[in-house]
Design a protein around this ligand. Structure first.
Ligand code: MLT
Ligand code: MN
Ligand code: ZN
Length: 307
């Protein structure tokens, strides 16, 4: 299975348009040791031709420009390397790119029923895009593998299994009542031809038994690296909300994710969905060094893996 990081940043990207945190200032000044990052998305492929996007960010246009595998292949006048899009939640940073892919090209969209409903009720991407081009929408059932099939009906050897991670609705869907099942999921992606297994979890509120079980036997694990500390946004005077208020466990501390990742027997453990305020983005920081000392990586746009 081939894997490419299209965007390693959390919502807003890095630098973020309205932000003067230390990282965003360094990026605008071209300081050494820190790279710009686009918003959260990963692409996976079993054959190197058909690519499935895990989330579709508002930066998808630039991400396609920067990833030749996604540009139109072959000799047809129109085409795309994108064979399908799988959503982990209904957040703006993970879904808005679907609006930018409204022109004619075949691919399917996969999400939980709740994510599809939230989008239809509050951010109607599906009816808007469907006015331009028919888009088949496949529903992911929790705990059940779904085979990924291209828009042209070509089966891949990849299958994806969603597991529940978090009950946070997007802020724009706060009015929702009823079951929160399928609000924010992680994805197990397996290649049935090779036995490759990766887990993608950009929104992790807590290290639950379901998450621990999902990563067992994985060769690669993308973990939510939004914030270094739970109070980070408040300390910087940027927000009133903690990481946990937003559904993101911190990297540092006794209850943080790094301590857990450090003990995991998974060859590639990688933080992504990293907020622009997080000091691990700056390779000169103590926090970056602390992550690297445990063997965990900090994702950058364009990182590629083959498992
Ligand atoms: C999140 O990851 O919590 C959301 O993407 C936040 C946002 O987009 O505002
Ligand atoms: Mn996000
Ligand atoms: Zn910033």
């Amino acid at each position: 299975m081939k894997i490419k990081v299209l965007g390693a940043a959390a919502g807003g990207g890095s630098p973020q348009w309205n932000c003067r945190c230390p990282n965003c200032i360094s990026l605008r000044n071209g300081a050494p040791g820190i790279e710009p990052r686009t918003q959260s998305s990963v692409a996976v492929s079993s054959d190197g031709d058909d690519w499935y996007l895990l989330n579709v960010s508002p930066d998808i246009r630039q991400q396609i420009q920067d990833c030749s595998e996604l540009t139109p292949p072959g000799n047809e006048p129109r085409g795309t390397g994108i064979a399908g899009c799988v959503l982990t939640d209904a957040e703006i940073d993970h879904t808005t790119g679907l609006l930018l892919l409204r022109e004619n090209a075949n691919f399917r969209i996969y999400s939980t029923p709740l994510v599809r409903r939230w989008l239809n009720d509050y951010f109607p991407i599906e009816p808007i895009v469907s006015a331009f081009v028919p888009r088949e929408w496949e529903e992911l059932s929790l705990g059940e593998p779904t085979a990924l099939v291209s828009g042209k009906g070509k089966a891949s050897t990849l299958r994806v299994t969603a597991f529940d991670l978090d009950t946070h609705p997007p802020l724009f869907a706060k009015a929702h009542t009823g079951s929160a099942e399928g609000s924010v999921v992680g994805l197990i992606v397996e290649d049935t031809a090779t036995g490759g297994k990766m887990v993608y979890a950009p929104g992790v509120e807590a290290i639950t038994p379901a998450l621990r079980q999902a990563v067992e036997g994985a060769q690669l694990f993308f973990m939510d690296g939004t914030l270094w500390s739970n109070e980070e946004m408040i300390t910087l005077g940027l927000s009133q909300r903690t990481g946990l208020d937003m559904g993101h466990i911190a990297v540092s501390g006794n209850d943080g994710s790094l301590q857990w990742l450090a003990g995991l027997d998974i060859p590639e453990r990688i933080y992504l969905h990293i907020n622009n305020t997080n000091p691990i983005l700056d390779t000169r920081s103590d926090e970056f060094r602390a992550v690297r000392e445990t063997g965990v990586r900090v994702a950058t746009d364009g990182d590629a893996f083959d498992i």
